[in-house]
Design a protein around this ligand. Sequence first.
Ligand code: HEC
Length: 173
Amino acid sequence: MLLVATSAASDAAPRYDEHGDLVVPTDYREWVYLSTGLDMAYVEGAAADHSMFDNVFVEPAAWRSFKETGHWPDGTMLALEVRGATGQGSINRRGKFQSGAPMGVEFHVRDERRFAGGWAFFAGSETGVAKHVPEAAECYSCHRAHGAVDTTFVQFYPTARPIAEKAGSYRAD
Ligand code: HEC
């Protein structure tokens, strides 16, 4: 029998354009779902005047490795997609659902050879390129200081958290 190798694994690696920005993986919605946050806020203060969900996904090969080790392997890509939360529509009378196009999509990428700290952030939209966020941005300091596993917020991802706790990679905040 003839076996044909597929190139699925190579599709999963991060790709960059000539400016060092991330080519947005257009299939991120088919990655592994980690969690959804609703109106999460990290500083005290007035609530925002609009409500938002953020959906977190991770590239499947990285997830398979995470399940074995409790760490994110080199080449990991995580996506955070922001969508508006609305209560008005169809038969809905209470609660909120997600509607409309994403308000933004951000990526967190582990690429040890490329980035001094091992990881980098990219901010963009659903398609095209996501812009590299400079190291000095507070994205990096907050994720480093508070992320439970490898600068990611596994404490908020209910299927990932027990894996990391069992593997001993979980750092309590
Ligand atoms: C003050 C803390 C803080 C700052 C600053 C921050 N984040 Fe996050 N980030 C979080 C938290 C908390 C989550 C978990 C969200 C959830 O549970 O839905 C998160 C999750 C993410 C994720 C999902 C993958 C992961 O690492 O867990 C991405 C991607 C992300 N943030 C990108 C960014 C980018 C880009 C910036 C800067 C423009 C940024 N963040 C700034 C706290 C922060």
